[in-house]
Design a protein. Sequence first.
Length: 394
Amino acid sequence: MPSPKKIVLLGATGSIGENTCRVVAKHPDKLELLAIAGRYRWRKLVDIARQFNVPHVAIYDEACCEEAQQSGLFPAETQFHCGLQGLIDVSVLAEAKLVVPAIVGTLALKPTLAALEHGKDIALASKEILVLAGKFVMATAKKHGSMMLPLDSEHNAIFQCLQGEREIDVDRLILTASGGPFRDFTREQMTGITKEMALKHPNWSMGPKITIDSSTMANKGLELIEARWLFDMPAERIDVTIHPQSIVHSMVQYVDGSIIAQLSPPIMTFAIQHTLLYPERGAGTDATLDFSQLMSLDFRPPCTEQFPCLRLAREAAVAGGIATGAFNASNEVAVEAFVADKIGYLDIPRVIEKTLESIANRDPDNLDELLAADAEARNIAAEKVIALGGTVAQ
Ligand code: NDP
Ligand code: MG
């Protein structure tokens, strides 16, 4: 019997991290955790390290890393890796086959690039890194022959729908979106949205940032850009449809008009397991759909007037260059300010729009230029937050 695939899980303490652990626990003969990484919640890493006998633990926050090492709570043979370099070191471990970047934001960019340069395959949850640096990440994967397996449920669905087909026969990609908790709100009702309301997703259980992004549809905007890079598809050929049940995870339309869809319940273990076991399949971690029960599937077009983030993301995707990174950076700054009660809910798209208007678009030649543009966008967005009446911690 072949030995289990060794996995590095970045963001083990988060929502995707937890679901990834459930998939690994379901398939101990096929999957093994070689390294786990987090930022602050190191006590949660203790439980995972003990349950799965994980030899390597990386902790981004240096103080937490120190505390964890001295706690005596981890198995005695645990090897610790601290800071960003620690995350990079575990991502390139010789035995590692697959790295799962599941860290919120763009921090996993350097560990992911390092893993690709060492020929590791990637099961990508951290969509923000493609939005920021899709051109560089995809070129690195290609150069080193590494696989970029989409773990985001929509992209995983598209990946499954493309199997066995010719690229030339693909007409368009159709991303589904639940529409979030405010899909039926009028513009007037939207003025009263609080963070408590935005943090409750009707279908999915996810981390706080992506839950708010789903409510503004910025998440679908990020996913449109993510799809543009993963499948080398211009934004003009990527559609979005509102599908409130979140059962059809996305679709591919072929030139003959046939549309292929992937269906499963709105639980992340389906997409996660597909990427971890790929190209094999195994028994599901969670129960699937039951067609002996009544089920409806509805679809309708999104209203971009109500959800300007989707329009802004599409415009950024078409513009290319640093615009998509600026969309992501300004969204992160705006969401943080909203969660800290510094700006209102409807200010989130305003901050993004004003940032995109203020930044001069350009096509960076290297990663340093790109990261400088990301920092510039964050500064501009912080100014826009202040202009809207909020304050931003420096
Ligand atoms: P959570 O907020 O639940 O978890 C975030 C994780 O990232 C935690 O493990 C956190 O560690 C870790 N983290 C944050 N910053 C750092 C850092 N600097 N170094 C190391 N670890 C860090 O987020 P989700 O699991 O919801 O989302 C993770 C990613 O997956 C995001 O990019 C999201 O867009 C994407 N995604 C999520 C989906 C979902 O269903 N949740 C679906 C599809 C994509 P700690 O807890 O220790 O601070
Ligand atoms: Mg998704």
